[in-house]
Design a protein around this ligand. Structure first.
Ligand code: WT7
Length: 641
C-alpha cells in the first residue's frame, strides 16, 4: 500500500460537473430525517461524537447497557459500547418476533430461473435460524469458532450467517465466484471448522459446480471437519467423503428453539476477506455491537426505510454490501429485503426492471458497473417497464461517472428518485460519505460525510489540502461499525493508521472537496498517474471517455514515459454498432483531449472486447498494467470469469 502514497502534491481536477438536482418536495416532506434534523445531526456529530452514537444505540435492544460509549485507550484498537452485552441477531430477528412484525415478510428470495421465488416472514426466518444454530451446536461448534460460507444468494446463505451469529460463531462468507485456490486460502486463514456450500449455483443461465471447488480446496484444508451441502441445482455430486453432510438432513431433526447467545458488544461477528484490486486477501473483522449500531443508523436514514417498503440491494452476499445492506441492515430496521440469486442479464437485460415491477420494489441499490453494463443495451429496456414503485436509488463500489448517473436517474428513476451515491469500504462497515434523500445532488459526487464522520483531505504529511484540489481521503475520528482488526494480522491493521501522520485512518482513496463541501472520489491512490508533474486520477480520464457516445467501458492505466514520467493508456470497449477504426481512434482522442485539457496526455487507445474486473465489478488496472509492461500480475484469484 505504502508505495502508492508517493504523491505529495494535490491532484488536478480535469472535469467539472455543474449540474445539480433537487429532491422532489414529497420526498423531503416524508423523509425519515428532515432537513432540520439533518442539520442538527451534523452539528451534534461534530460536537459530541459519543453522544451522537449513544442516541443511535438507544434505538436497539441490549442485554446490558454500556459503561462507556468509546474507549480510545488502546488506539487504533478502539472499543465501542464497552461493557455492553448484546447480539445482532436479537435485534435483527428476536426483537421483531415480539412485535407487529412477526408475520411481516423479512426476505423475498427470487431465484435466477424465472418463477422460482420464496418468501420468509420474520417468524419463519427466526425458526429456521434457530434450527441452523442448533445444527451447529450439535456438530460441536462453540462461540468464537469459524464457519466458512461459500454460496450464492440463497435463503440458506442468510440463514447460515444469522445462525452463526446467533450463537457467537464467526462467519466468513466467501464469494461463490471465487476459485478453489481463493477458497482454500481464506478457509485456512480463518481456520474454519465447517464449510457451508451448495451442490451448484445458477449464474447467467449456466450452472456453476461449487461443490467441485470445495472438493478441490478441502484436500488442503486441515481445519475443516464438516461440509454442509445445500441442494440447489440437483447436480450429481460425490458425497462419499465422511465430512460431507446434507443441509436438509441436518435441519430436519434440529430444534426450532435455540437461545440467542448473550455476547460482549466487542464479540466478533464476521471476517470478510477483501483484496479488492491489489495483493493478498485481508481478513477484515467486524463485531456485534458497534457494527449493528452503525449499520442500523446509516441505512435507516440514507435509504429512508419505511415500514411498508420493499427494499432491494442487488449485491452479492459475498461482499460487505451484501452483509450490511442486503442482510443485517434491513433486518435491523425490520424491513422487507429482496434477495436475487442471479445475473442481471438473465434471461434478458431487463431482468432487474422486471423484478422491480414484479415485487413493487421501492428502493434499489446497485453498482456503477451494473448500470454501465445495462446502459449498453439501451434505454428502451427500462422504458418498457413501469418502475413506478421506485422512490429511491442507490449506487456503491466505485466512482459513478456522470453519464451513468444521469442514465440511471432519467431512465430508471424517471427523474423522481434521488440517487444515494454511498461511499464506504469493507473496513468501514457502514456508509461514510453519502447524500441523504433530502440532499441536493451532483452527479458523480458522494456529497457529504455522514453525521459524526470526521473526514479530511490531506497530503502525505497530513496537512489539509486546499479545497478544490485532490488529496488523500482520511478519517480522523473512529466510528462504531469500523473494523476492529485484520484477522491474525494486528500489525496490518495498525498500518492503516500509520501511513499518514496524525492518527488518522487512511482510506487509500484520493478525493477532492468542492466549494459546497461536496466530495468527489477520484479513485484509489494506486490509480493516480503522474503526468508531466501533474497528479491525475484515472477516473477523470475514464469519465471523459464515458461521456463519448461510442464508449461502453473504459479503463485507464499509466505507463512510464522517458519525458513525461508517465502517460495514460486507455482500454476501450465500444457500444453496439461502433467499429474500432483509426478514424474513431482519432475522433476519441480529439474529443477527450478537449474534455480533459492538455495535461492529461493520452499515449494510446486500445479497443478491447472486455476489461478485467474483480467479481465485484472493480476494474483490475493492475492486470492491464502488468500485461502492458510484461510484469507478473500477482494474485488473480479475485478476477471474475
Ligand atoms: C472502495 C472500497 C463498500 C461497498 C463495496 C466496496 C470504492 C466504494 C464508492 C463510491 C466512489 C467508491 C472506493 C473504496 N468505492 N464506494 N460511492 N464512489 N468510490 O467495498 O471492496 O471494500 O471497496 O470502493 O475506492 O475505497 P470495497
Amino acid at each position: 500500500m505504502e508505495e502508492s502514497f508517493r504523491f505529495k502534491e494535490p491532484t488536478e481536477t480535469l472535469l467539472s460537473e455543474e449540474r445539480v438536482f433537487r429532491p422532489l418536495p414529497e420526498i423531503v416532506v416524508e423523509a425519515n430525517i428532515s432537513p432540520k434534523d439533518y442539520k442538527k445531526a451534523l452539528e451534534k456529530g461534530q460536537r459530541d461524537l459519543e453522544g451522537f452514537w449513544e442516541e443511535a444505540a438507544e434505538k436497539l435492544e441490549w442485554f446490558k447497557k454500556w459503561d462507556r460509549v468509546l474507549d480510545e485507550s488502546h488506539a487504533p484498537f478502539y472499543r465501542w459500547f464497552v461493557g455492553a452485552k448484546c447480539n445482532i441477531v436479537y435485534n435483527a430477528l428476536d426483537r421483531h418476533i415480539k412485535s407487529f412484525r412477526k408475520n411481516k415478510v423479512a426476505i423475498i428470495w427470487q431465484g435466477e430461473p424465472l418463477g422460482e421465488k420464496k418468501k420468509l416472514t420474520y417468524y419463519e426466518l427466526y425458526r429456521r435460524v434457530n434450527q441452523f444454530a442448533s445444527v451447529l451446536k450439535s456438530l460441536g461448534l462453540k462461540k468464537g469458532d469459524r464457519v466458512a460460507i461459500y454460496m450464492p444468494n440463497l435463503l440458506q446463505t442468510a440463514i447460515a450467517m444469522l445462525g452463526c451469529a446467533k450463537i457467537g460463531v464467526i462467519h466468513t462468507v466467501i464469494h461463490s465466484g471465487f476459485s478453489a485456490i481463493a477458497l482454500k486460502k481464506r478457509v485456512n486463514d480463518a481456520k474454519a471448522r465447517v464449510i457451508v456450500t451448495s451442490d451448484g449455483a445458477y449464474w447467467n443461465g449456466k450452472i456453476i459446480n461449487l461443490k467441485k471447488a470445495v472438493d478441490e480446496a478441502i484436500i488442503e484444508c486441515p481445519s475443516v471437519e464438516h461440509v454442509i451441502v445445500v441442494k440447489r441445482t440437483g447436480e450429481p455430486i460425490d458425497m462419499s467423503d465422511g465430512r460431507y453432510l446434507w443441509w436438509d438432513d441436518l435441519m430436519e431433526g434440529a430444534s426450532e428453539e435455540c437461545e440467542t447467545e448473550i455476547l460482549d458488544a466487542e464479540h466478533p461477528l464476521y471476517i470478510l476477506y477483501t483484496s479488492g484490486t491489489t495483493g493478498e486477501p485481508k481478513g477484515v473483522l467486524h463485531v456485534h455491537g458497534g457494527y449493528m449500531v452503525g449499520v442500523y443508523r446509516t441505512l435507516k436514514w440514507v435509504f429512508d426505510l419505511k415500514e411498508t417498503d420493499i427494499y432491494w440491494c442487488a449485491a452479492d452476499i459475498g461482499w460487505v454490501t451484501g452483509h450490511s445492506c442486503l442482510l443485517y441492515g434491513p433486518l435491523l430496521c425490520g424491513a422487507t429485503t429482496l434477495m436475487y440469486e442471479g445475473h442481471p442479464l438473465c434471461p434478458k437485460a431487463d431482468r432487474l426492471w422486471q423484478i422491480v415491477d414484479k415485487f413493487g420494489v421501492n428502493i434499489l441499490y446497485t453498482a456503477p458497473t451494473t448500470i454501465r453494463m445495462l446502459m449498453r443495451f439501451g434505454a428502451e429496456l427500462p422504458r418498457r417497464h413501469h418502475l413506478k414503485t421506485l422512490r429511491l436509488l442507490g449506487t456503491v463500489g466505485e466512482p459513478i461517472n456522470p453519464e451513468a448517473w444521469l442514465w440511471y436517474y432519467e431512465n430508471v428513476g424517471r427523474e423522481r428518485c434521488p440517487i444515494m451515491d454511498t461511499w464506504w469500504q469493507t473496513e468501514t462497515g457502514m456508509f461514510m460519505i453519502t447524500p441523504f434523500p433530502i440532499s441536493l445532488l451532483k452527479p458523480g459526487s458522494v456529497a457529504k460525510p455522514f453525521p459524526a464522520i470526521h473526514v479530511e483531505i490531506v497530503d502525505r504529511e497530513g496537512n489539509p489540502i486546499p479545497q478544490g484540489k485532490g488529496g488523500f481521503l482520511v478519517i480522523k475520528r473512529p466510528w462504531p461499525a469500523m473494523f476492529r482488526t485484520l484477522w491474525g494480522d494486528p500489525d496490518g491493521y495498525k498500518k492503516y493508521w500509520e501511513i499518514i501522520p496524525g492518527n488518522v485512518y487512511t482510506t487509500g482513496d484520493v478525493a477532492r472537496k468542492d466549494e459546497d463541501g461536496y466530495f468527489w472520489i477520484q479513485g484509489r491512490a494506486d490509480d493516480i498517474m503522474k503526468i508531466a508533474g501533474h497528479c491525475i486520477g484515472t477516473a477523470d480520464v475514464e469519465n471523459a471517455f464515458f461521456s463519448h457516445p461510442a464508449v461502453a467501458e473504459a479503463a485507464c492505466i499509466s505507463i512510464p514515459d522517458s519525458i513525461k514520467g508517465e502517460v495514460a493508456k486507455v482500454f476501450v470497449v465500444l457500444k453496439k454498432g461502433y467499429k474500432p477504426t483509426d478514424e474513431l481512434d482519432r475522433e476519441l482522442r480529439q474529443y477527450v483531449q478537449k474534455e480533459l485539457g492538455p495535461i492529461a496526455i493520452i499515449k494510446s487507445i486500445e479497443f478491447v472486447k472486455n476489461i478485467p474486473k474483480t467479481s465485484s465489478g472493480k476494474i483490475m488496472r493492475r492486470v492491464l498494467k502488468s500485461k502492458e509492461l510484461g510484469l507478473d500480475p500477482g494474485d488473480l484469484t479475485t478476477l471474475a470469469d
